[in-house]
Design a protein around this ligand. Structure first.
Ligand SMILES: Nc1ncnc2c1ncn2[C@@H]1O[C@H](COP(=O)(O)OP(=O)(O)O)[C@@H](O)[C@H]1O
Ligand SMILES: Nc1ccn([C@@H]2O[C@H](COP(=O)(O)OP(=O)(O)O)[C@@H](O)[C@H]2O)c(=O)n1
Ligand SMILES: [Mg+2]
Length: 231
């Protein structure tokens, strides 16, 4: 091969390498964006907390209809993970049956995936954070601070009545597990509500009232947020 052709070949090889290296960087950047943390995507998060049976899921469905949020229930995500046959399935199932809180790492991964896969930018996160570990780890991993915390306040007596009548075939809606869940709520979840209270973020709702009346109070909270944003 003439020397000239060899030089040309070498030059085109080098150019191809530079091009590939450049494209690699572009692809890396695109991947980083796709897999990036939930905070990189501008997200509004409202935590929906309250004891088991206080009406979180019921009211979240109403909020979705009226205010365009996406509802992410930590409990629903964990139950879906059991059904999917994941390697964590048995561990999650055992913890739910005992009313215990699943390690944050597992729940946060599910929440983060759901946020990133969704086109919406505002989320109701229902039943999370349920303890201090949930709260701190979510903040650390996602860097997301909740806009506010909707807290459904209801007596144990009323919550117990509702859970025993829920009829969704849940393995944890039996009196033995319900008592354990109430204990976990008082000992581990209420301190999280108190933490956000100290930051002025809690919007407390009287959840013992009928569904429609509770939703009137919920609407007032979201309307006030929208008015504040428009001002
Ligand atoms: N305000 C309410 N009054 C009476 N029953 C309610 C009320 N809100 C919800 N329920 C019923 O109570 C049960 C528990 O509600 P749910 O929304 O699943 O609560 P949570 O998600 O907080 O456990 C359901 O059967 C639901 O239909
Ligand atoms: N952040 C969370 C939320 C739920 N869970 C588990 O899932 C169970 C059911 O949660 P849920 O939010 O669906 O229950 P409800 O409060 O809606 O009745 C809890 O009792 C926990 O065992 C958890 O481990 N961590
Ligand atoms: Mg629920």
């Amino acid at each position: 091969m003439p020397l000239y052709d060899v030089k040309l070949l070498c030059r085109s090889f080098v150019q191809t390498q530079i091009y590939l290296a450049f494209m690699g960087t572009v692809v890396d950047a695109a991947n980083k964006e796709a897999n990036g943390s939930a905070a990189e995507k501008k997200t509004t998060v409202v935590f929906v907390l309250g004891g088991p049976g206080s009406g979180k899921g019921t009211q979240c469905a109403n909020i979705v209809q009226h205010f365009g949020y996406t509802h992410l229930s930590a409990g629903d995500l964990l139950r879906a993970e059991i059904k999917s046959g994941s390697e964590n399935g048995t561990m999650i199932q055992n913890m739910i049956k005992e009313g215990k809180i699943v390690p944050s790492e597992v729940t946060i991964k599910l929440l983060q995936k759901a946020i990133l896969e969704n086109g919406n930018d505002k989320f109701l996160i229902d039943g999370f954070p349920r303890n201090e570990e949930n709260r701190a780890a979510f903040e650390e991993v996602t860097k997301i601070e909740p806009e506010f915390v909707l807290f459904f306040d209801c007596s144990e007596e009323e919550m117990e009545r509702r859970l025993l009548g829920r009829n969704q075939g849940r393995e944890d809606d039996n009196i033995e597990t319900i008592r354990k869940r109430f204990k976990v709520f008082l000992e581990s979840s209420l301190p999280v509500v108190q933490y956000y209270e100290s930051k002025g973020k809690v919007r407390k709702i009287d959840a013992a009232k009928p569904i429609e009346e509770v939703f009137e109070a919920v609407k007032a909270v979201f309307n006030a947020k929208d008015e504040k944003a428009a001002a």
